[in-house]
Design a protein around this ligand. Sequence first.
Ligand code: F6R
Length: 241
Amino acid sequence: MRIYRETDYRAMSRRGADILAAQILLRPESVLGLATGSTPVGMYRELVEKNRRGEIDFSGVRTVNLDEYVGLSPEHEQSYRYFMQRNLFDHVNIRPGATHVPDGLAEDLAGECRRYDRLIESLGGVDLQVLGMGRNGHIGFNEPGEDFPLGTHVADLAESTVSANARFFDSRDQVPRQALSMGVRTIFQARRILLMVSGREKADAVAAAFHGPVTPKVPASVLQLHAGVILVGDSDALSGL
Ligand code: F6R
């Protein structure tokens, strides 16, 4: 595992963008696995700037997102499709048909999960998967539990995740209680994983994930077993390492 310890959020974002840019330069038709949430916003901003300056070309890139809320349409401001359009896709030269997010409105959710796994397989797998981490150690919406969910699945959000995500909604009641999420096997099959963490409130989860046992009670701990993990964090988030 490679660790980049950056001074602050800005530096973390720049480092993350450099790593994604390097991936695209090395393989212009890369399949990128992408995350939403507060953590990668600055990195996406840097990538938009790099694309504007002509330093990276997204025309061959394909993307698959980690997750989507059940019941939110792509036009809903808190859907992850909307987030990706607003923070990245609308501002770079990526082909619209080359970006994929699970369909949270699918009538057959189990079928949508199977379709998503087959889609990732048909793209040849993920070259570089971006991850954030929940304060409870979740990755994607793989919440702490008794076992690791394997493929893409319908996930029940932990109460602590509902509370953490309520900041994006008008009220806690509006936070969807379920999401479609890549599973731990789906994530693990990525050739490289870029895990980004920022802020003191992530420090305990980071320490538990990398200094504790590998356990589904801390889903990110499974990353200890992956040979291609790059951890990029600010000094607050990495203070327990
Ligand atoms: C987002 C996702 C989540 C977040 C995590 C951290 O697509 O899958 O696992 O990465 O909840 O969220 P932030 O970055 O908002 O702290």
